[in-house]
Design a protein around this ligand. Structure first.
Ligand code: GLY
Length: 423
């Protein structure tokens, strides 16, 4: 099979790493890819939003499947354009992808289709939003309606901070994404990330993990795209998984099909495990980043048949995926300043060392000079991942590898997995 994989982050590097192991694959091209991916597949130059170019490239390479990594490609309508061209695609249409691309759509969707979630208000101007704060108690959750690369959420401890976040959003602080905002009730509980595949009709659970969204140790600092993950996450006992499947996954896939946009791809359910059961925090229309990294390390089954089945409507023919009975941990290394202003271009040394069979280093936001020097971008740069017999061993291996990477301008959290280890 010929596969075109769209995207350039750590998630896509992990997908490429797993796809490249499949005996079904003869040619794998990533567009635009990254220096880590360049070592395991061909690269094409097109960005995820260059829809016409990507469709053309898929045609030219006679792609049997296009795998969409990032949400921007979904919102740009890549799956729609590929469907028009008759090219199988793993990834939802822009209409189905509204489950991620509009938080306001998703809140209304959850209400319409009876998915448990927090109380909310949608606000289209600053004054309405200030007034609506009276409907909530602190801490206040202020969210951009649109796509903001995981950075469109502020948890404000008091009213003054919430008003400042609202003012910032309407002044363009979240870019275009924040011209409509959603205020939400703060949910008490433990966060989790659960994944499910769907081919438009049949759905299948596809693993779970826990992310660390805040920038600094102890869950302090601003929200980020994710600073580290581990899987399995003990928050997901059998009961929580079953309830999430019933109340969130199946209702979402049924609802979006009833709304005329059957879902093909992976749905990422970010949920809060509360005293009243799982509640939806938000949906994402793609694998989580860096959740995907730990899932790919633990996935024993060949990934490719699942991707193909979602595209072709044959998911019911496949068994449930098999997961390795091992733990996996991912530690994100980012440029100091992320998720705020951070200087791109610092040199990372030692990332390409041989860390042994239990460690994988995925590139997230890097570039290389002609002499092979690796440079960081202005955000998340590397994902140092490891497996082990249990979480403690996986974590020890990951942090031992992190210690060997020489990057003074980078930072990382030192407490990935703390909730599980504290149990
Ligand atoms: N790690 C959270 C996300 O991918 O949005």
């Amino acid at each position: 099979m010929n596969i075109l994989l769209v995207g350039s982050g750590g998630r896509e590097h992990a997908l490429a790493w797993k796809i490249a192991q499949s005996p079904l694959v003869t040619r794998l091209v990533a567009s635009p890819g990254n220096p880590g991916m360049a070592k395991i597949c061909e690269l094409a130059p097109w960005k995820p939003t260059e829809v016409a170019r990507l469709v053309q490239h898929a045609r030219e390479m006679v792609a049997d499947l296009v795998v969409i990594g990032p949400e921007v490609a979904i919102a740009a309508g890549l799956a729609d354009a590929l469907a028009d061209a008759g090219i199988p695609c793993f990834g939802p249409t822009a209409a189905a992808g509204r489950l991620e691309s509009s938080k306001a759509f998703t809140k209304a969707f959850a209400e319409r289709h009876h998915l448990p979630t927090s109380r909310y208000r949608i606000c289209e101007d600053r004054e309405t939003a200030h007034a609506a704060l009276a409907d909530f108690d602190p801490p206040y959750v202020v969210k951009a309606d649109g796509l903001a690369a995981g950075k469109g959420v502020v948890i404000a401890p008091d009213r003054a901070a919430a008003e400042a976040a609202i003012d910032d959003a309407f002044a363009g602080g979240f870019g275009e994404a924040g011209q409509i905002i959603v205020l939400e009730e703060f949910l008490e509980g433990e966060i989790g990330s659960l994944f499910a595949l769907c081919d438009g009709r049949t759905s299948k659970l596809f693993g779970w993990a826990q992310d660390h969204k805040r920038a600094f140790d102890g869950d302090e600092g601003p929200n980020t795209g994710g600073m580290g993950t581990y899987s399995p996450a003990p928050v997901f006992d059998l009961d929580l998984v079953a309830q999430t499947d019933e109340r969130l996954v199946k209702r979402a896939f049924k609802g979006i099909a009833q709304d005329g946009a059957p879902y093909r791809g992976v749905l990422f359910v970010e949920l809060m495990s509360t005293r009243d059961g799982p509640k939806l925090v938000e949906f994402n229309a793609r694998f989580g980043d860096p959740e995907c990294q730990v899932l790919m390390l633990r996935l024993e089954s060949d990934l490719v048949p699942y991707l193909v089945a979602c595209a072709n409507g044959t998911l019911a023919d496949l068994p449930d995926p098999v997961w390795r009975d091992e733990a996996a941990v991912c530690v994100v290394l980012a440029t100091r300043g992320y998720p705020g202003k951070a200087e791109a271009g610092s040199v990372i040394r030692g990332a390409d060392a041989d860390f042994g069979p239990h460690v994988q280093v995925f590139h997230a936001g890097t570039s290389t000079d002609p002499d092979g020097t690796i440079r960081a971008g202005s955000g998340r740069a590397l994902n140092v991942c490891a497996t082990g017999a249990d979480l403690a061993e996986a974590r020890e291996r990951a942090y031992a590898a992190v210690a060997r990477i020489d990057w003074p301008e980078g930072f990382h959290r030192t407490d990935i997995g703390w909730r599980a280890l504290a149990r």
